[in-house]
Design a protein around this ligand. Structure first.
Ligand SMILES: Cc1cc2nc3c(=O)[nH]c(=O)nc-3n(C[C@H](O)[C@H](O)[C@H](O)COP(=O)(O)OP(=O)(O)OC[C@H]3O[C@@H](n4cnc5c(N)ncnc54)[C@H](O)[C@@H]3O)c2cc1C
Length: 510
């Protein structure tokens, strides 16, 4: 069982060994990485493309794997002013029949020092931003990274922003989200975002409206995370504070194939019609909706590498691993990335006689990034596969398989692979009992052979190939993007090939 982590104190570093780090993107992934690198004693400048830092998209759940780290980063008190505590996950059939439930306090007690909470997204992002500034980080808005290139000496990178500013750093961290371009600038074979065939209607309702209806009021007065599972679709609702109630409807993607936009205005009547035979309470909730956006759900996973072979740049979060949101762990995984990266960078030499531009320091930096990848890529790949399995389970048509799914969720103890994934004995203990410090510790003595194959030990010939193949790849991708912007839907079998797994169930543990 993973023990609670103490609140991490900011480390002090010799100026000669404190990296100047640029983080591109002030989403949850980028801000989390900034906090973690600042705690490790490095200098951080976050560049955000938007004119102001603001999260869109309503609610977000943070589960035990994310909360253990946020607490470790000294965020708990700040977050507690905004979070919503839900009692349970309530799993219903689409007609409103109760299938199963999970007490969140009981579940969290199996992972000491963690919690399940729901947030209005800005209430998670703003405290992270405050923490970055409190730890001495700098944040610039209206600073879109237009280009990043590794310097000829491989010791750092040069960034050009949309306003023409040229900045240099000793480590560049790309965190520009699922449709971000940074992987194309840095990797020789980046994986583009692919359609999953599903989309999300994201609805934010006023709690005052729910309280006026005695049938809907309990959603506010007795906060729970509610799920309705039905053929091809499912629904998630939760309270995100005094004023807002969050509804997410996951349905087949009907945004025209030709559309390059991944977020479009939805039609409320069409949305309501999709759920007309469902639990009447859902109909009432949706009737409160005045306008809605449709978000095409895409996935993205780089299975080989998330870093540049020089060790001067690395990527985290959705730009290298976006998943279906069906386990509610995308942001949690991005938080894990930041935690592991900070822990690896905390282990770099810290000695006034060592310079960060010396060969030994650069080698240590490459090693740190190799360990980061070793700790992250396989874990994330398995989580993505489990999210896709979750889609299959959530959207079963009525019939024997659906009935078995429901019986599995009701049995005691529940079997491995059950649909209540946050309790699934094959997933939950490794998803939530994971400790990033132990993970780094156990992978730190990575053999040189592994580092070589993961692409992080440089030779002159390899460097030539990386740049040469990278240039050709960029050209081909440019041509492909002209022909088909956005990619085609990715069936499960293709996704499995992409992430290297055959068959519907991935037996490997997170
Ligand atoms: C419907 C839905 C529900 C979800 N629910 C949950 C949930 O409950 N729990 C959970 O853990 N996850 C959830 N997720 C997933 C989660 O939202 C993402 O995994 C997470 O936000 C990814 O964070 P990120 O920082 O990598 O990317 P983003 O949050 O996309 O941040 C990227 C940032 O980079 C900026 N940017 C882009 N390009 C540049 C550039 N060139 N230069 C500088 N800045 C740039 C953008 O403006 C943005 O601020 C959900 C996702 C969806 C779609």
């Amino acid at each position: 069982m993973a023990l609670p982590l103490p609140v991490k104190q900011q480390e002090t570093r010799e100026a000669s060994c404190a990296l100047d780090i640029i983080v591109a993107g002030a989403g949850i992934g980028g801000l989390g990485a900034a906090v973690s690198c600042l705690l490790a004693g490095h200098n951080v400048h976050v560049l955000e493309a938007a004119p102001e830092i603001r999260e869109v998209g309503a609610g977000i759940q943070i589960l035990p794997n994310g909360s253990r780290i946020l607490k470790h980063w000294g965020m708990e008190e700040r977050l507690s002013k905004h979070w919503q505590v839900s009692e349970s996950f309530e799993i219903n059939g689409y007609k409103g029949n109760k299938i199963s439930s999970l007490s969140l306090a009981e579940s969290a007690s199996q992972y000491p020092g963690t919690w399940y909470r729901t947030f209005y997204r800005p209430h998670l992002q703003m405290p992270l931003l405050e923490r970055v500034r409190e730890l001495g980080g700098k944040v610039s808005t209206n600073a879109k990274v237009m280009n990043v290139s590794v310097n000829p000496d491989n010791a750092g990178a040069t960034v050009i922003t949309g306003t023409g500013e040229v900045l240099t750093c000793e480590l560049f961290i790309g965190a520009d989200g699922i449709f971000g371009d940074i992987p194309d600038m840095l990797l020789d074979s980046p994986t583009p975002a692919s359609k999953t065939g599903d989309l999300a209607y994201r609805v934010l309702l006023s709690t005052a409206d729910l309280l006026k209806d005695p049938e809907l009021a309990p959603f506010v007065t007795k906060p729970q995370v509610n799920f309705w599972l039905g053929p091809e679709k499912h629904v998630v609702t939760y309270n995100i504070g005094k004023d807002h109630f969050n509804v997410v409807l996951l349905v087949p993607d009907d945004i025209p194939e030709s559309s390059s936009a991944n977020t479009v205005k939805g039609n409320v009547e069409e949305m309501c019609a999709l759920f007309k035979d469902w639990d009447p309470r859902l109909g009432k909730l949706l009737a409160l909706c005045k306008e809605v956006q449709k978000w095409r759900l895409c996935t993205r996973l780089n299975t080989r590498t998330w870093s540049h072979p020089s060790g001067a740049a690395v990527m985290i979060g959705d730009c290298v691993h976006a998943t279906l949101p069906y386990m509610a762990v995308g942001a949690g995984l991005a938080i894990e990335d930041g935690a592991v990266l900070g822990e690896c960078l905390a282990r770099l030499p810290n000695n006034p006689r060592i310079s960060k531009s010396s060969n030994s320091f650069l080698k240590a930096k490459r090693h740190a990034l190799a360990v980061f990848e070793k700790c992250r890529i396989e874990r994330v790949r398995i989580a993505i596969m489990r999210s896709h399995r979750q889609r299959y389970l959530n959207h079963l048509p009525d019939g024997p398989e659906q009935e078995q799914r429901d019986r599995d969720m009701q049995s005691t103890p529940t079997p491995e692979g059950e649909a209540l994934v946050w309790r699934d004995p094959g997933t939950a203990p490794t998803l939530f009992g994971w400790n990033h410090i132990l993970e780094v510790e156990s992978n730190w003595d990575l053999s040189p052979t592994t580092a070589e194959t993961s692409g992080l030990v440089l030779s002159g010939a390899r460097l030539f190939w990386v740049y040469f193949v990278g240039a050709i790849g960029q050209y081909l991708r440019f041509l492909a993007s002209v022909v088909n912007r956005g990619g085609r839907p990715l069936p499960l079998a293709a996704l499995e090939r992409q992430v290297g797994v055959e068959g519907r169930k991935d037996k490997k543990r997170l």
